[in-house]
Design a protein around this ligand. Structure first.
Ligand code: PLP
Length: 389
């Protein structure tokens, strides 16, 4: 039987993330200082872990309502009001999802039809491309540049609008660049969305990881944007909970209704126990987040200064997330070749910028969710390695 011809070719042919390719091969090696995968190295704070353990002991082990327990949706609505200046009704406008990734999938599936165009940043988190391929939508790239502090410029977005444009994906703070969108640029994009009646999908996975002077603004809080924006958040990065798989989505109720359906038909709901832990995370003390951000600020600076000291790699100190997106164009090497050689010869891993899109070529993403000691050690190794090139 010709098995392949019987499968869904959109899924078969959807691109695989280059991040996994590097990460999976590095995972087999010993002694590598890892800057490849994008996840906090901290443990989930104790009060959150205890809430999960309590939920288990309390026998909170049955199905919950599909969009998430009321207690959690109410906590999310309060958080969105206080932290993001957005009002969404927990009854009808919030859905707890399987990580931010779940919110993204349910959100895009609910608005995108085959042939629709979706504007995404380039470079970007590769998952956008994968989902759009499965949905038979066309990605339209807007290059984001180092000289613009890795902001997506409204003037560039405007050039890409066509009658088929369905949605603009905004990701701030950004993976892979560490850029944070200025309020002015977000306002510019919001004006375009309103004028052309286009949705905005706002990926705010790194909202709390603000390391520089640019304040985080939720585009959905800007005038007239509440009903046009699908807002995605996650506990993964804020509370070092990547493995727990809990995120959430907020949107106007007519958009939320299909989002809830996609979530229901794919996962039913997020684990009951994890939902209880999420209540503790969102309503509990937030010092753990502050401490983590302070640590990331120090680490980002050590890494950026160390890379700049090579004289051949240059980078800006990141404004957000936990990534340095370093410019290696002076070395006249493809980013993939650089990364593979660095892993082999220096014992330090990172991800080639080309994994995040064509405009990522000439850059390498270093995730500094690693200890200060390891970052310092790695910087020396990278400096020695670069001298050999
Ligand atoms: C830009 C961006 N958005 C969303 C996510 C989703 O994370 P999760 O599904 O763990 O919540 C990630 C994770 O790496 C990310 O980098």
């Amino acid at each position: 039987m010709d098995m392949k011809s019987k499968l869904n070719m959109d899924v078969v042919n959807a691109p695989m993330s280059g991040i996994r390719k590097i990460a999976d091969s590095v995972a087999q090696m010993k002694g590598i200082i890892r800057f490849d995968l994008g996840e906090p190295d901290f443990d989930t704070p104790k009060h959150i872990r205890e809430a999960a353990i309590k939920a288990i002991h309390d026998g909170f082990s049955h199905y919950t309502v599909a969009p998430g327990i009321v207690e959690l949706r109410k906590a999310i609505a309060e958080k969105l009001k206080n932290d993001n200046s957005m009002e969404y009704d927990p009854e009808t406008e919030i859905c707890v999802t399987a990580g931010g990734a779940g919110a993204l999938y349910c959100g895009l599936q609910s608005i995108v039809n085959p042939g629709d165009e979706v504007i995404i940043p380039d470079p970007a988190w590769p998952v956008y491309l994968g989902i759009l391929a499965i949905l038979e939508a066309k990605p339209v790239f807007v290059t984001i540049k180092e000289k613009d502090k890795f902001n997506m410029l409204p003037s560039e977005v405007e050039k890409k609008i066509t009658p088929k444009t369905k949605c603009i994906v905004v990701n701030s703070p950004s993976n892979p660049t560490g850029g944070v969108m200025s309020e002015e640029n977000l306002r510019g994009i919001s004006e375009i969305a309103k004028r052309h009646e286009i949705f905005v999908f706002s990926d705010e996975a790194y909202e709390k990881l603000i390391l520089g002077g640019t304040k985080h603004v939720s585009i959905g809080s800007l005038p007239g944007m509440r009903d046009l924006t699908i807002n995605q958040f996650t506990l993964s990065k804020t509370y070092a909970m990547t493995g727990w798989r809990l995120g959430y989505c907020a949107a106007q109720k007519d958009i939320m209704a299909p989002i809830r359906k996609v979530s229901l038909y794919s996962i039913t709901h997020v684990s009951s126990i994890v939902q209880k832990a999420a209540v503790a995370a969102i309503t509990g003390p937030q010092d753990c987040v502050k401490e983590m951000v302070e640590e990331f600020k120090v680490r980002g600076k050590i890494l950026a200064d160390g890379l700049n000291a090579t004289g051949k790699i240059s980078c800006i100190v990141p404004e957000g997330a936990f990534y340095v997106f370093a410019n290696i164009s002076q070395l006249n090497m493809k980013s993939e070749e650089f990364v593979l050689k660095m892993i082999k010869e220096a014992g330090v891993s990172a991800i080639n910028g080309s994994s995040f899109g064509a405009s990522g070529e000439g850059y390498v993403r270093f995730c500094f969710a690693n200890s200060r000691e390891n970052i310092k050690k790695a910087v020396v190794k990278i400096q020695d390695f670069v001298k050999t090139l």
